[in-house]
Design a protein around this ligand. Structure first.
Ligand code: PEP
Ligand code: MN
Length: 337
């Protein structure tokens, strides 16, 4: 159940209400949705407790739901959430393309890639400083040094920047350096990380875990929201199946289902789904035609020199062709790029 509170409800009275709920044996989480304070509780409550709650002057409404995730659900908000970041709006009538290299390698690499992408209308540059690699012997990313390079390069290219965070201890420093934080597929259920991101004031891209169901994915989004951060963007990046022709199988059906279940925006990462550059244009068109709000694509100014995920890295020319295609599909969907 969700309990919505008056925006002006004094802190003391909110705390008293939380303490009362705890004394009833519950585990309430105080958060907010579009400025409205909101308390989440696992279950719907019996009528006598509901009556008590309704008589509390700071309570606006009780929203009952049997769904395990609550704040992300359309039961609480039936209009799409639009996330504003600088002059970009994710989840509205615009398709947002986030693009850039897999990893931060140097300032030159970031600036050159970013300037090429900017010419194609990209407003957000992706690049990771902390890399979750399957092998402990692979390049692990530049770490905090990489974050500094990302921030410094921004002064030259002027785009918004995003990056992955893997460890709850890195959330604060990462949030100081970038505009958007990303949770990778392997960390979708790193609950300590999700809780920490709930306390952070930057938007979060939450990737779907490699073997996660849609419900588990939405519950992970609920973690971030229940801990106070309502700016969550879901990202479908493919799931593990028996198929070996691609790195993962892009689950386009999740876009349509997520749109029914939640008000949160959803973008698609065709690069990690495919694991190969040749089918990224087709997957990108498919994602936008299925209703995705945007794309997350790996592009490198010199793909052959990419230090990771080289097989799926697109060149700036290849990206240009995709951007042109996407504009056409977006138009059919009544959206602009
Ligand atoms: C990435 O986007 O750099 C990445 C590692 O992707 P994923 O977490 O989806 O594998
Ligand atoms: Mn990658």
């Amino acid at each position: 159940m969700l309990i919505t509170l008056k925006e002006e409800a004094p802190k003391k009275e909110r705390e008293a209400l939380l303490l009362w709920l705890v004394s009833c044996g519950l585990h309430p989480q105080l958060s907010q949705l579009d400025q409205m304070p909101i308390i989440g509780i696992e279950k719907n409550l019996p009528e006598e407790l509901n009556r008590e709650l309704r008589s509390n002057p700071i309570v606006v409404d009780l929203i009952e739901t049997s769904l395990p995730y609550k704040m992300v659900s359309r039961a609480v908000k039936n209009t799409p959430t639009v996330i504003q970041i600088g002059d970009v709006e994710i989840g509205g009538d615009e398709i947002t393309i986030i693009a850039g290299p897999c990893a931060i390698e140097s300032e030159e690499q970031l600036v050159q890639t970013a300037l090429g992408l900017k010419k194609n209308g990209v407003k957000i540059l992706r690049a990771s400083a902390f890399k979750p690699r399957s092998s402990p012997y692979s390049f692990q990313g530049m770490g905090v040094e990489g974050l500094k390079i990302h921030k410094r390069a921004k002064e030259k290219h002027g785009l918004l920047i995003e990056t992955e965070v893997m460890d709850p201890r890195d959330v604060a420093i990462t949030a100081e350096h970038v505009d958007i934080l990303r949770v990778g597929a392997r960390n979708m259920q790193n609950f300590e990380l999700l809780k920490e991101l709930g306390k952070c004031n930057k938007p979060v891209i939450l990737k779907r875990g490699i073997s996660a169901t849609i419900e588990e994915w939405l519950l992970s989004a609920e973690y971030i929201m229940a801990h106070g951060n309502h700016r969550v963007i879901l990202c479908e990046r493919g799931i593990r199946t028996f198929e070996t022709a691609t790195r993962s199988t892009l689950d386009l059906s999740s876009i349509a289902i997520v749109k029914q279940l939640t008000h949160l925006p959803i973008i698609v990462d065709p690069s990690h789904a495919a694991g190969r550059s040749d089918i990224i244009p087709a997957l990108s068109r498919g994602a936008i035609a299925t209703g995705a709000d945007g794309l997350l694509i790996e592009v490198h100014y010199k793909p052959k020199e990419s230090r990771c995920d080289q097989r799926q890295a697109l060149s700036l020319d290849e990206f240009h062709a995709i951007a042109t295609d996407i504009e056409k599909v977006a138009k059919v969907m009544g959206k602009k790029v």
